[in-house]
Design a protein around this ligand. Sequence first.
Ligand SMILES: Cc1ncc(COP(=O)(O)O)c(C=O)c1O
Length: 403
Amino acid sequence: MNPYRKDFPILNQDPTIYLDNAATSQKPQSVLAAEQAFYEQTNANPLRGFYDRSIRATEVLEEARRSVQHFVGAAEPEEILFTKNATEGLNLVAYSYGLSHFHESDEILISIQEHHSNILPWQMVAQQTGAQLKYLECEADGRFLPEKIQAAFSERTRLVAMTHVSNIMGRVNPIDEIVRQARTCGAVVVLDAAQSVPHMPVSVRELDVDFMAFSGHKMLGPMGIGVLYGKRKLLDAMPPFLRGGEMMESVTREGAVFAPLPHKFEAGTIPVAGVVGLQAAIRYLEAVGWEELMRREEACTRIALEGLLKIPHVRVLGSEKAVEHGGIITFVVDGVHPHDVSAILNEDHIAVRAGHHCAQPLTRHLGLTATTRASFAFYNTEEEAEAFVKSVKTVRRRMGYAE
Ligand SMILES: Cc1ncc(COP(=O)(O)O)c(C=O)c1O
């Protein structure tokens, strides 16, 4: 049996087999308790008060920032900015760095595997600055070939924004090669780590990326809290993204002097309960350990992948190897719309995602309009993966096909 399930209240309340972990993860009791404890014991607006409780709220906030710093291997806590989610972090870089740095002669490179959150901000930057938006294409199985990576860069490339793990393919992308190429033309690298940070050790120091965004809610933490990592020398030189309270040192009628990092990028009241929830999530993940977590996710993925590959009329996107799926199995059933696949699985109490998964350019690049996705977490069981395969086997018959 899976020893972690007892820690997740929602997993024990009904028979749902939850296989939509790439959309959002479930939350362990310790995360829920950390949020509640903040409101019961420490609640005050941080950074503003000179009384004990506000000072304590500030300490709690900065302690959590250090936890995140160590978790992703950042050099300094000031390089960790709290955002609402990965989307806000990517927009922060686009609005603040992108709009202030690019011109008509510049190129912004993104990959075809990006989530809309890492496409739309760059489309906006391209439209407003005149810079050209270019796409790095992938193969049908999701791989990025070294020669295509090399060819996508030019001496005009100023920024490359890329997902570490696609929310459709699940494969870990060759970020080391991207960073190597980016360094040859002086481009900055923005990593969308929304799907990698929850499932594998990720170190900004080792990857040497310039910015990295991720969401708390996909890694056992609460909704409404995310992280943007940025190298200090870049963040220091960037203008604020949002303006308001706590991000300034002084304000006159005409202007303002902005606060130093990280506060310059954290306008308004920070959701400290969410921040401590994220810290509790990090502690939980560290207690489980990456080896154990990855072993469990891979075991479920293998059962699902190998099971689906044997079903006629079912096609799985991406690699045929479970280790190259990061817990994500995206598939199509011939002649059955993914919404119907999902509805049929729902009748068997299996929750999967259907649609374009906020990655329409990739879905189209693969010649599709929609797909179904099952995504596993370490708290899923092998029995759940087997039940998923069994249910998919029945889909065509339940839609009226002979086989
Ligand atoms: C690869 C990727 N990037 C970005 C996001 C956006 O995350 P959020 O909605 O938490 O901002 C997602 C969410 O599914 C994702 O899968």
